[in-house]
Ligand binder design. Structure first.
Ligand code: BTN
Length: 320
């Protein structure tokens, strides 16, 4: 029904239409009209309302409609097939289901909002309507399952390059794959795998980029750890951003498939904001501090501690 109200307002954009008229034409109560309009406003639609005149749609948010994303997309495969939804629990969940059903490599699942966005280490990921780019990419790489942790580093390199191109020049990578501006996360990446011992069946790379979240909209506990293009005062167009991200991801993926991960790990080190810094490592069952000094050939972080060099395979690493 909300869709019908929206369509009605879009057809009368810039004109006032009374709640009574909408309710009669669409066959719903005036209270229901009012409730749906309240939701539309919370989603970025600018709707003016005056008691005697009714409602007037002034501005509609720019949505990531597949036709718009496809227009001018320069990739060969990535994003050529788009499953678009206004709201899902998690694009990774939808993508995994599609991958099980045989969806092709390069297919993306794109949503304006996620009600159950997920992050690494079982954390939740805030993904409000049209305030970020939330999507998952289905891949079917030919390399061995043991190489997969390097895909996450590949994603971080591609994303950082894309964000630099879009003007967010201060961002860098936090191991393994968060992208931060100073100490605040602007991009999160969650890679999920379906594989046997010998081969990868599919990989879902879930990416969340905060675009227009404002400090005020962030829950208090996230204000010190999360940022967005808007908070950093960098204007961004979500459609152009997504196109650039897909292009960079495809470019680095081709490098990995043809030349291997070596050149990508080298770029990761340059784009990292951790190298040479004092860090605190929390792994299941232990935590320690030291200096982040290198990445090994498998993409693990090497930390120099008083007791010697430690290899970090998983867990959480924070710059002190
Ligand atoms: C993290 O910060 O630990 C990773 C966050 C990954 C979020 C993205 S948003 C699109 C995709 N769907 C999800 O549920 N998660 C990823």
């Amino acid at each position: 029904m909300r869709k019908d109200i929206l369509e009605y307002l879009l057809n009368h954009k810039g004109e006032y239409v009374s709640g009574q008229k909408i309710s009669e034409e669409l066959g719903i109560s005036r209270t229901a009209v009012w409730k749906h309009i309240r939701v539309l406003k919370s989603r970025g639609y600018v709707i003016e309302s005056y008691t005697k005149r009714g409602y007037c749609l002034m501005e509609a948010p720019e949505l990531l409609l597949p036709e718009l994303v496809g227009e001018g997309l320069q990739t060969k495969v990535f994003g050529k097939k788009i499953h678009y939804k206004e709201k899902v629990d998690s694009t990774n969940n939808v993508a995994k289901k599609l991958a099980e059903e045989g969806a092709e490599e390069g297919t993306i699942v794109l949503a304006e909002e996620q009600s159950g966005g997920r992050g690494r280490l079982e954390r939740s990921f805030l993904s409000p309507f049209a305030q970020g780019v939330w999507f998952s990419l289905i891949l079917r790489p030919t390399f061995l399952p043991m190489e997969v942790s390097k895909m996450t580093l590949l994603a971080a390199v591609a994303l950082t390059k894309a964000l630099h191109k879009m003007g967010l020049v201060e961002c860098g990578i936090k191991w393994p794959n968060d992208i931060l501006v100073k100490d605040r996360k602007v991009v999160g990446i969650l890679t999920e795998l379906n594989a046997s011992m010998e081969r990868i069946n599919y990989l879902v790379m879930g990416i969340g980029i905060n675009t227009s979240l404002t400090k005020k909209e962030l829950p208090k506990d996230l204000r010190k750890t999360v940022t967005s293009f808007t908070i950093e005062n960098v204007p961004v167009h979500r459609q152009a951003l997504l196109q650039e991200v897909l292009l960079q991801l495809e470019r680095y993926y081709e490098i990995a498939e043809t030349e291997g991960f070596k050149p990508i790990l080298a770029e990761w080190k340059v784009l990292s904001m951790m190298m040479g810094k004092e860090v605190e490592v929390s792994e299941p069952g232990r935590s320690f501090t030291g200096k982040a000094v290198d990445l090994d050939d498998s993409g693990n972080l090497i930390v120099e501690t008083e007791a010697g060099r430690e290899t970090v395979l998983a867990g959480d690493v924070r710059v002190r």
